[in-house]
Design a protein around this ligand. Structure first.
Ligand SMILES: Nc1nc2c(c(=O)[nH]1)N[C@H]1C(S)=C(S)[C@@H](COP(=O)(O)OP(=O)(O)OC[C@H]3O[C@@H](n4cnc5c(=O)[nH]c(N)nc54)[C@H](O)[C@@H]3O)O[C@H]1N2
Ligand SMILES: Nc1nc2c(c(=O)[nH]1)N[C@H]1C(S)=C(S)[C@@H](COP(=O)(O)OP(=O)(O)OC[C@H]3O[C@@H](n4cnc5c(=O)[nH]c(N)nc54)[C@H](O)[C@@H]3O)O[C@H]1N2
Ligand code: SF4
Ligand SMILES: [Mo]
Length: 691
C-alpha cells in the first residue's frame, strides 16, 4: 500500500495511533510482534492514559483468526481482478437498465475522513448516483439538525472535552458514558472532585446515573416535555440570563410563550419525573457559574429527536451557556469518525466541507476541485432507512455497495431490511470480517482496518487526529481507497482516485476550503506535532478553533437561534396488546452491531449474549427470574433473550442491547421529519416467557 507519512512521534512502545472504535478516539500505542501489545497514550486529552476494555483488547482484531483475506464471489474465493471486474460489469448492466440511481452506496461513521470523502466523490463522479447515505443517520443526525438550526454549525462538542472538568455543573441527557466512553467519565469525576455536580437523565439507573448527584428517570420518549418544564422553571424563577439572550440570540419570545403551558406538575404526569427533582436540576444548573448541557442517543434517537435536542439547546441558551468559555451545549458523538464522517460528503444531501449539495455555489466549488462540470453532480438522495427500504423495489436502487456498516443487525425493522437486501441484483460488502450483512452479499471485499492503514479521524471535540498504520495488513487484503480506485479504473478512469490517504487528504483540504468544516490548514505534519488540530482551520498558519462560538455563532447574523418546539408522544405508544416500552442501547464490552467485538474472546467472556432488562415487579408478574428465557414481541417482529432483573429500570420499560441480532427486529423505523433519524429508543412491545 503506498504510504507517505511524517515519522511517528516517539512513544513508549510501538506506534502512536488511535482506537478502532468510538468517537473518544483514545490515543494508544500499538506494538506489533507475535501478538500485538496496546498501551494508552497520555498525550491525547480525551483519554489521557486511560482506555476501556474494548480498547485494551483491540489487538485481537489484528491477530484474530476470523479475518477476511480473500475476495469472495457468491461464496467462492477469487482473485481481486475477477471480483472487481464482476462488480464493475454488474454496475454497468444495472445502470444501463435503471439509470445512475440504480446503484446505491452506504457508508459508515467509522470510516476515516479520507475514505468518507472518497466514497462520496466516487458516488457522485464515477457512479453519478444520488443514492448515497450512511449509518451516521442513525447516530448523530438529530443533534446535527438541531445544532445547525441553532448555531449554524454542527460540531459535537464546540469546546475541548477538558472544559467539562472545569465546569460547576453538567447535565447529561440520554447518555451512558460510563459504558459508552469510559475515559470520558474522568472529566466528569474531576469536575465533581472540584465540587461540580452531575445531573443525568435516563430511564435506567445506569453506571453513569449511579455517579450522578441527581438522576431524573423519565418514561422513554418524554425528554422533550422534560426539557420544556426545565425551561419553564428557569423562566418562572427568574434564572434567564437576559443580557446574554439580548446580546447573542434571536427568537426567545416565541420560546418563552411556548413553554408557558408546560408547567412542572403537568410534565410530571407526562414523564413520571417528580416536580421536586425538576426543580433540583434547575437549581444545580442555574446556580453554576460554568455549566454544560450534553445530549446522547437516548434523547436523540426518536422521531422527534431534533426537536428534543432543540429543547435542550433552548434551555442552554436561556441560561446563557453556549459560546461562553467553560460552558456550552454539546452532543456526545458516537462512532470513531462520527464527526468527520458527517462532514465530507457521504451523506445524501451533502458535499465536502459540510456543504449542501443543492447549493449552486457549493456545487461549483466542489466540481472545480473534482474537475467535473457542476451540472453532472447529482442532487440529494434518500436518507439511510429510506434508502435501505427502497432497495430492490420498483422505484429503488437494484445494487448496493456497502462500506463500514452492518445494517442487518443495526438498522431499525431489520426484518424488512433483510427482505430488501435479498431482492437486490447486486450486493457488494467491503469488510474486515464476515458480518451478518457480508454473509448475504454477492461479493465480499476484504479490507484493511485501523492500525493496518493510515488516515485521519475527527473526534467528538472536532479535533482532527492522525490514526497511523502500526502493523502490516495480512497478504491479499486491500484498503477501501484501493478498492475504490480499482472500481473507478474499471468504470471510467482512476484519475482522481489515489490510494494514498495523504493524497486524498490534501484534496479533501481543498474541497473543504471555505466550507463550514474547513480543513484547508490541517496537514498530517501539524496533527502529529500538535496532537490534533480543531476545525475550522482555514490556513496553515491558523491555530485551529477549539471553541468556535466565543465571539459569534456560525449563523448569518452571528446570533444563536431559539426554536419553539412542542412535545408529542412516541410514534407507537403502549396499549393492551403491547403494554411495555422497549428501549435499546449499549453495554461496555460490545461495539455497535458486534461484528468486531463478538469476535474477541475477552469481550465475549464479559458479555456473552443478548438480554432483556426488566423491573422486579414485571418479572414477578411474568413469574421469571434472571436467566429465564423471554420472548419480546413488537408489531414488526419478535426475538428472545435472557431475563436480567434489575430494580434500576422503570417498571413500564424493558431494555435490550442491539449488539446481537434481535433487538432491531422489534424497533420502529418511524423517522424524524428533519433529521430522518429512526425511533430506536422507544417502541411498544409485549414480553412473555419463552418455551
Ligand atoms: N460500549 C460501547 N460504546 C460505544 C458504542 C457501542 O456500541 N458500545 N457505540 C458508540 C456510538 S456509535 C454511539 S452513538 C455512542 C452512544 O452513546 P450513548 O448515547 O451513551 O449510548 P446508548 O446506550 O445508545 O444510550 C444512552 C442511554 O440512553 C438511555 N435512554 C433510552 N431511552 C431514553 C429516553 O427516551 N430518554 C433518555 N433520556 N434516555 C434514554 C438508555 O437507557 C441508555 O443508558 O456510544 C459510542 N460508544
Ligand atoms: N436498536 C438500536 N439500533 C441502533 C442503535 C441503537 O442505539 N439502538 N444505534 C445506532 C447507531 S448510533 C449506530 S452508529 C449504528 C451502527 O451500526 P453499524 O452501522 O452496523 O456499525 P458497526 O457495527 O460499527 O458496523 C461497521 C461494520 O464495518 C466494518 N468496518 C470497520 N471498519 C471498517 C473500514 O474501515 N472499512 C470497511 N469497509 N468496513 C469497516 C466492521 O467490521 C463492521 O462490520 O447502529 C444504530 N443502530
Ligand atoms: S472509550 Fe472508545 S476510543 Fe476509548 S478505548 Fe474505549 S472504545 Fe476505544
Ligand atoms: Mo452511533
Amino acid at each position: 500500500m503506498p504510504i507517505s507519512l511524517p515519522a511517528p512521534a516517539p512513544v513508549k512502545a510501538g506506534t502512536a495511533t488511535h482506537c478502532p472504535y468510538c468517537a473518544l478516539q483514545c490515543g494508544m500505542n500499538v506494538a506489533a510482534g507475535e501478538t500485538v501489545a496496546i498501551t494508552p497514550r497520555d498525550d491525547i486529552p480525551a483519554n489521557a492514559g486511560g482506555l476501556c476494555q474494548k480498547g485494551w483488547t483491540a489487538g485481537e482484531l489484528l491477530t484474530g483468526g476470523e479475518r477476511l483475506t480473500t475476495p469472495l464471489l457468491h461464496g467462492r474465493e477469487v482473485g481481486w481482478d475477477e471480483a472487481l471486474d464482476f462488480v464493475a460489469d454488474r454496475i454497468r448492466a444495472v445502470q444501463a437498465e435503471h439509470g445512475p440511481d440504480g446503484v446505491a452506496v452506504f457508508g459508515g461513521g467509522g470510516l476515516t475522513n479520507e475514505k468518507a470523502y472518497q466514497l462520496g466523490k466516487f458516488a457522485r463522479v464515477v457512479l453519478r448516483t444520488s443514492q448515497i447515505d450512511y449509518n451516521g443517520r442513525f447516530c448523530m443526525s438529530s443533534a446535527a439538525a438541531a445544532t445547525n438550526r441553532a448555531f449554524g454549525m454542527d460540531r459535537g462538542l464546540p469546546f475541548p472535552i477538558t472544559d467539562l472538568a472545569r465546569a460547576d455543573a453538567v447535565l447529561l441527557a440520554g447518555g451512558n458514558v460510563a459504558e459508552t466512553m469510559p475515559p470520558f467519565v474522568r472529566h466528569l469525576a474531576t469536575m465533581r472532585e472540584r465540587g461540580g455536580r452531575l445531573v443525568v437523565i435516563d430511564p435506567r439507573v445506569t453506571a453513569t446515573a449511579r455517579q450522578a448527584d441527581l438522576h431524573l428517570q423519565p418514561t422513554p420518549g418524554t425528554d422533550l416535555a422534560l426539557a420544556l418544564a426545565l425551561l419553564h422553571i428557569v423562566i418562572a424563577e427568574g434564572h434567564v440570563d437576559e443580557d446574554y439572550v439580548a446580546a447573542r440570540t434571536n427568537g426567545f419570545d416565541a420560546v418563552r410563550t411556548s413553554v408557558a403551558a408546560w408547567w412542572p406538575e403537568r410534565v410530571e404526569r407526562v414523564t413520571g419525573v417528580p416536580v421536586a427533582l425538576m426543580r433540583a436540576a434547575v437549581e444545580i444548573l442555574a446556580g453554576a457559574d460554568r455549566a454544560a448541557i450534553l445530549t446522547g442517543r437516548g434523547t436523540e434517537q426518536h422521531a422527534k429527536g431534533t426537536d428534543t435536542v432543540s429543547a435542550f439547546i433552548n434551555l442552554a441558551l436561556a441560561l446563557g451557556l453556549p459560546g461562553r468559555e467553560g460552558s456550552g451545549y454539546g452532543c456526545v458523538t458516537g462512532q470513531g469518525n462520527g464527526q468527520g464522517g458527517r462532514e465530507h460528503g457521504q451523506k445524501a444531501d451533502q458535499l465536502p466541507g459540510y456543504r449542501k449539495i443543492d447549493d449552486p455555489a457549493a456545487r461549483a466549488h466542489v466540481a472545480a476541485v473534482w474537475g467535473v462540470d457542476p451540472d453532472t453532480l447529482p442532487g440529494p438522495g434518500r436518507s439511510a432507512y429510506e434508502l435501505l427500504d427502497a432497495l430492490g423495489t420498483e422505484a429503488g436502487p437494484r445494487a448496493l455497495l456497502l462500506f463500514g456498516s452492518n445494517p442487518l443487525v443495526s438498522a431499525p425493522r431489520a426484518g424488512r431490511v433483510a427482505e430488501r437486501l435479498a431482492r437486490l441484483d447486486l450486493l457488494v460488502v467491503s469488510d474486515l470480517v464476515m458480518s451478518e450483512t457480508a454473509a448475504t452479499a454477492d461479493v465480499v471485499l476484504p479490507t484493511t482496518q485501523w492500525a493496518e492503514e493510515s488516515g485521519t479521524m475527527t473526534n467528538l471535540e472536532g479535533r482532527v487526529l492522525l490514526r497511523r498504520r502500526a502493523v502490516a495488513p495480512p497478504p491479499g487484503v486491500r484498503s477501501d481507497l484501493e478498492i475504490l480506485r480499482g472500481l473507478a479504473e474499471r468504470l471510467g478512469g482512476a484519475e482522481g482516485f489515489p490510494a494514498d490517504p495523504r493524497e486524498v487528504f490534501d484534496e479533501l483540504r481543498r474541497a473543504s476550503a471555505g466550507g463550514i468544516a474547513d480543513y484547508a490548514g490541517i496537514t498530517y505534519e501539524r496533527i502529529a506535532a500538535e496532537t490534533g488540530v480543531f476545525w475550522p482551520c482555514p490556513a496553515e498558519d491558523h491555530p485551529g478553533t477549539p471553541r468556535p462560538f466565543l465571539d459569534r455563532f456560525a449563523t448569518p447574523d452571528g446570533r444563536a437561534r431559539f426554536t419553539p418546539v412542542e412535545h408529542r408522544g412516541p410514534q407507537e405508544d403502549v396499549d393492551g396488546e403491547y403494554p411495555l416500552y422497549l428501549t435499546t442501547g449499549r453495554v461496555l464490552a460490545h461495539y455497535q452491531s458486534g461484528a468486531q467485538t463478538r469476535r474477541i474472546a475477552a469481550l465475549n467472556a464479559a458479555a456473552a449474549d443478548t438480554f432483556v432488562e426488566l423491573h422486579p415487579d414485571l418479572a414477578e408478574r411474568l413469574a421469571v427470574t434472571s436467566g429465564d428465557r423471554l420472548r419480546v414481541v413488537s408489531r414488526r417482529g419478535e426475538t428472545e433473550g435472557a431475563a436480567r432483573v434489575n430494580p434500576g429500570i422503570r417498571p413500564d420499560t424493558v431494555f435490550m442491547p442491539f449488539h446481537w441480532p434481535g433487538a432491531n427486529l422489534l424497533t420502529n423505523p418511524a423517522l424524524d421529519p428533519a433529521s430522518r433519524m429512526p425511533e430506536f429508543k422507544v417502541c411498544a412491545v409485549r414480553v412473555e416467557r419463552a418455551g
